[in-house]
Design a protein around this ligand. Structure first.
Ligand code: SF4
Length: 346
């Protein structure tokens, strides 16, 4: 803890006293996203939605537009739904117990422990990727880190080490130690405050512990996107809430090749003509690589598409200027596709 007093990382959500709302927003944003990427999004989000009430009162579209670029959009949808639940059912107060936090959309055991300990001082160990690595090395755990048994051992050890008199500060110290000193490669053991009790250091296994899972080949999914323009407007579809990029807006996209898009009901309905191939955009998700062939076309009319004219996975579509498109929730992939077709969104 003495080490942390001098080496704590400065982050915009680490204010004193801790604000449970800020802790919650930051922890959700940090799921699968790096601190440096999250910081500007967090500040923008907090300026626009400074508390639960403001977030609950916002439209999902606006929340998604502020989330645009951060990825994993289901987090934003769940955050919005949870804010509405807290506002209506819990009088606007974010719960402090892990059990109550777990009843909220989008909050799993990790996020519940983080909010409970960091914001309310509940004695719960927070085990993120950095903490996993530190604990695996301290206890020289030689089984693959993604195995259930390894995970259970790590959680057991982390709970045993927890300083119950200052759980929030302890958890942050562990996370910072993993991020700054006990790094994935070349950990700075000479500067480590817990070197004296590190099993991996004792057996010179810092570079091989934790044992990482074997990388699996990521399947490629071939898609085709149509950037259709008419009178300074571009056609955007809104993804259905439950699927990939749920609730986000993007140029209509199909699985398959150009012929699928050309023959589609949507392309026929808007009278898409003068097709031109713009290039290919690649986008890597956790479990698949999307390869999108991008086509631009001119539409003869800005027709509103009926539900049965939309490709699978869309709820609606509409025509928007570049400025209007910016105000909607565009995914990073949608921005890349539009940029490939020469339609600016920044
Ligand atoms: Fe990590 Fe090295 Fe510290 Fe062990 S001694 S916890 S390997 S930095």
């Amino acid at each position: 803890m003495l080490w942390h007093a001098r080496h704590a990382r400065s982050m915009p959500w680490r204010t004193e006293p801790r604000d449970p709302y800020a802790v919650w927003i930051s922890e959700v944003m940090l799921q699968q996203t790096r601190v440096a990427s999250v910081a500007p999004y967090f500040e923008r989000f907090m300026r626009r939605f400074p508390n639960v009430k403001a977030l609950a009162a916002a439209s999902l579209d606006e929340v998604l537009s502020l989330w645009s670029g951060l990825g994993y959009y289901r987090r934003a949808r769940a955050l919005h739904a949870a804010a509405q639940k807290i506002d209506v059912d819990l009088g606007g107060r974010i719960p402090s117990s892990i059990a109550a936090l777990l009843t909220l959309p989008g909050i799993g055991s990790y996020t519940a422990s983080a909010i409970a300990s960091l914001a309310y001082g509940e004695p719960a160990a927070v085990v993120d990727g950095n903490v996993c690595r530190v604990v695996a090395r301290l206890f020289a755990l030689r089984t693959p880190i993604d195995e259930k048994q390894t995970r259970a051992e790590i959680e057991h050890h982390a709970a045993g080490m927890l300083d119950r008199s200052a759980p929030g500060a302890f958890n942050e110290a562990m996370m910072d130690l993993g991020a700054v000193v006990c790094t994935p490669r070349s950990p700075a053991c000479a500067a480590c405050p817990v070197a004296a009790c590190c099993g991996a250091l004792r057996s010179s296994e810092q570079e091989t512990i934790p044992v990482m899972p074997r990388r699996r080949a990521v399947p490629r999914v071939e898609l085709v996107a149509l950037v259709a323009e008419c009178d300074g407007h571009v056609l955007l579809g809104q993804r259905s809430p439950s699927g990939l990029f749920g609730g986000m807006w993007e140029p209509l996209t199909w699985e398959g090749d150009r012929s699928v898009a050309r023959r589609s009901k949507a392309a026929c309905a808007i009278g898409a003509e003068r097709w031109r191939a713009c290039g290919t955009v690649e986008h890597t998700l956790t479990h698949r690589m999307l390869v999108v062939r991008v086509f631009a076309a001119s539409a003869r009319h800005m027709k509103t598409l009926a539900e049965d004219q939309l490709p699978a996975g869309y709820d609606s579509a509409g025509w928007y200027t570049a400025e209007q498109a910016r105000a909607r929730g565009l995914s990073v992939l949608a921005r890349k596709v539009m940029a490939c077709a020469g339609v600016g969104t920044d």
